[in-house]
Unconditional design. Structure first.
Length: 333
């Protein structure tokens, strides 16, 4: 059997020619959801199977950040990792890495959440979390790798099953390696304050993903229009995301988020510990309440559960001192 058809590999010149003939990029060149930061994703066809696939192009400068040992190894396969069919380098100019993956037709999880806003059910959030963590557990423990780019815009949905898969294209770290830039290719909102130095960095990013899911808003530390460097500076000072205190949501979800985004990487749970967490493993009755709440309000309780206690009323403003009584009139002479 053709090895290139059974496992992805960094192709030499002869393999590159075979891949160029096997995969045909769409003539329309319309970019798919997930294109960003110099990476472009297009529709393509695998002529060996006639299946539609996704054609990813990454600038070689980004690809050069990949750890050499990991770049030569087959991309890990797991039901919650986006399946990579082939990869090769194009000499250019400009030089770039081409990665062919399965087509996941429902776009990214970020796009999905933006569409439905405040109607994401808690059981669905738990399902997504378990699938994301399952993929991370496989990378961290089974393959000894990091992901380095966990964010909702790099998690893809299947429109038929509703399952999610982590895109795993940009960074393939082995355990113990660190990214040169300190923040990987993740956007500043998802990047751990210490950079990508081990599995805790992926767990931090997962916690930010969960915060994004339950609030429906992209997490931020400073005003969203501020520079990424200012966001990273706020994180490195130990500041919590503004969206973590702006909204009220399930106390267990908040507990998990706070554990994942602990400033000290050693204080963060592992993927295995999170998968064993009772809240993530337990299915709420009847689908659960909406996970997203409006600012300052708690989500409605799930059917069959007691409503959450009403928030304490805001303290009344200090009353002005009562006026002194008028003096008694002086007696008539």
């Amino acid at each position: 059997a053709d090895a290139s058809a059974s496992r992805p590999e960094a192709a030499a010149a002869s393999d590159r020619e075979l891949f160029r003939k096997r995969f045909k990029k769409s003539d329309k060149l319309e970019e798919l959801e997930g294109s960003r930061d110099g990476k472009r994703i297009y529709r393509a066809v695998d002529k060996d199977t006639m299946f539609e696939v996704a054609w990813h192009e990454l600038p070689l400068g980004k690809a050069e950040q990949v750890d050499d040992r990991a770049a030569e190894a087959p991309v890990p396969e797991h039901e919650n990792l986006l399946k990579v069919v082939a990869k090769w380098e194009e000499p250019g100019p400009p030089k770039k890495l081409v990665v062919i993956t399965e087509m996941v037709d429902a776009g990214t999880l970020q796009l999905h959440i933006e569409r439905i806003k405040d109607d994401v059910r808690v059981n669905v959030v738990k399902k997504w979390c378990r699938q994301i963590l399952s993929g991370l557990q496989h990378l961290h423990v089974t393959t000894g790798r990091l992901h380095g780019d966990v964010r909702l815009n790099n998690i893809f949905m299947n429109s038929v099953t509703g399952d999610v898969r982590l895109g795993y294209l940009d960074v393939e770290h082995t355990l113990g390696s660190a990214s040169g830039g300190g923040t990987s290719s993740a956007t500043a909102a998802y990047a751990a304050p210490e950079g990508v130095h081990g599995p805790p960095a992926d767990i931090y990013s997962f916690g930010i993903c969960l915060l994004h899911m339950v609030t429906g808003e992209r997490p931020y530390w400073v005003e969203p229009s501020e520079l990424a460097t200012q966001t990273q500076q706020a994180k490195q000072s130990g500041q919590d995301p503004i969206t973590l205190t702006k909204y009220r949501f399930d106390a267990s979800a908040e507990r998990i988020i706070r554990a994942c985004v602990s400033f000290n990487p050693a204080d963060r749970p592992t993927a295995a510990e999170l998968l064993a967490d009772e809240w993530l493993a337990r299915r709420a009755p009847g689908g659960g309440a909406p996970a997203t709440s409006t600012a300052g309000q708690a989500p409605a309780p799930a059917p069959g559960t007691a409503p959450a206690p009403a928030p304490a009323p805001a303290p009344a403003a200090a009353a002005a001192p009562a006026p002194a009584p008028a003096p008694a009139p002086a007696p008539a002479p």
